[in-house]
Design a protein around this ligand. Structure first.
Ligand code: SF4
Ligand code: SF4
Length: 95
């Protein structure tokens, strides 16, 4: 999780990544975009989640279109995958 924390801390929430994201363009809802997903993973790292957390993370295409515009070089798809791993571990614990 250290790597995920490192990536999360690099985000300055500028939103430069948003215009290149196909799923944000399709839905118009920020949770379906890179900045929203980074935020969602940050919440997950703090143990906070909601009903929509999995939907926001599993609808990411891992296409990397959001990465080049990011001024601080956040590995957004990598963070999404880290978030998905947290969700899997949480679901295994609850069984
Ligand atoms: S462009 Fe990078 S720093 Fe800016 S909100 Fe997106 S992920 Fe965060
Ligand atoms: S990797 Fe995910 S968040 Fe980034 S542009 Fe593609 S669909 Fe959007």
């Amino acid at each position: 999780m250290d790597k995920a924390w490192q990536e999360f801390r690099k985000c300055v929430f500028c939103g430069f990544c948003e215009s290149s994201c196909p799923t944000l363009g399709e839905t118009g809802e920020r949770g379906y975009g890179p900045r929203g997903r980074v935020r969602v993973v940050g919440l997950l790292l703090n143990g906070i989640y909601s009903k929509k957390t999995a939907e926001y993370l599993y609808t990411c295409l891992l296409c990397y279109a959001c990465v080049p515009p990011c001024p601080t070089g956040v590995d957004i798809p990598g963070l999404v995958e880290a978030g998905r791993s947290i969700l899997v571990r949480m679901s295994q614990k609850s069984k």
